[in-house]
Design a binder for this molecule. Structure first.
Ligand code: ATP
Ligand code: MN
Length: 270
């Protein structure tokens, strides 16, 4: 008689490793007791002292986002190889592991998002909010028209010292933060205007309309990109900020860190 194993067994046959998301200690012990099985623990913390661990900068609510991030992190750390088949075990509805999913690691789809969050100075939640805002701006544009935008995130004091105002700063005396829906509407509105937004490590909007004046010497950005991207790249070498840039001309979202392009994604495909 056929059982569930016959139907769903395919799900775990021939997997190269199991990715366990935030497992309990007993779960981890049980699974590591299985012979010849490679186990990778993923989570915001390595609570079970796993030998192979991939750190998540935040607990992604969205399961597919969580898994995508873990795959990028594992590829980046060479914990898995391109083409590996992974069985991911995670939780969707409560704290216990209740969801299994079979995925294949594909380095062609590597966007660099892991490096954007990992070891950045700003709060990962802040980076996530800015990235989501810029992606949305890229998808919808401003009243249907494509717009460009430049967000400098983290190390705001130093960034302010390496820039100057183009106009009156609408955020001068306010204490508002990215991620707040009303603030996001304002940011989208102001994105039509020139210059950069400066965001603090904790997500406070320090300024709009900032003209960045980093030294661009030795900064290597892809050919075809202009001054917005040049300034956006260079400021991350002069400071510990990261930048997230939406191109008005090709519609792509890019991020820079340490003077280098580390992430590139088409907002339509994100
Ligand atoms: N140093 C700078 N600091 C802040 N903003 C800048 C700076 N240089 C350019 N920008 C902004 O970038 C806008 C677009 O400039 P430009 O076309 O040269 O950049 P780009 O890299 O080609 O970007 P896009 O792909 O969006 O066209 C400018 O109108 C200005 O608002
Ligand atoms: Mn341009």
């Amino acid at each position: 008689m056929a059982g569930l194993d016959d139907v769903f067994g395919e799900l775990f046959s021939g997997v190269d490793a199991v990715m366990l998301f935030a497992p309990s200690g007993s779960y981890y012990e049980q699974i590591t007791a299985i012979d010849d099985l490679e186990v990778i623990v993923v989570g915001t913390e390595n609570d079970v002292d796993a030998e192979t661990f991939v750190e998540l900068p935040l607990e992604f609510e969205d399961v597919s986002e969580r898994i995508r991030f873990a795959l990028e992190g594992a590829l980046e750390k060479n914990v898995i190889d391109d083409g590996d088949t992974l069985l991911c075990a995670t939780s969707m509805f409560n704290d216990d592991i209740d969801t299994m999913c079979r995925v294949r690691a594909n380095s062609d789809q590597q966007t660099g998002i892991y490096g954007l969050f990992a070891k950045s100075r700003a709060d990962p939640e802040v980076i996530k909010s800015v990235l989501e805002l810029v992606i949305e701006l890229g998808q919808k544009g401003q009243k249907g028209k494509p717009v460009g935008a430049l967000f400098v995130v983290g190390d705001a004091g130093k960034v302010m010292n390496k820039s100057r105002p183009l106009s009156y700063n609408p955020f001068e005396k306010s204490h508002v933060h990215v991620g707040d829906p009303i603030v996001n509407v304002m940011l989208k509105e102001f994105s039509r205007l020139d210059g950069a937004f400066i965001i603090s490590d904790a997500g406070k909007i320090v300024s709009a309309y900032r003209y960045l004046e980093p030294s661009a010497e030795g900064v290597d950005i892809p050919k075809g990109l202009g001054t917005r991207h040049m300034a956006g790249g260079a400021i991350t070498r002069d400071t510990n900020a990261i930048t997230i840039v939406l191109s008005e001309s090709d519609g792509l979202v890019r991020a820079f860190k340490g003077g280098e392009l580390i992430f590139e994604v088409d907002p339509e495909a994100y």
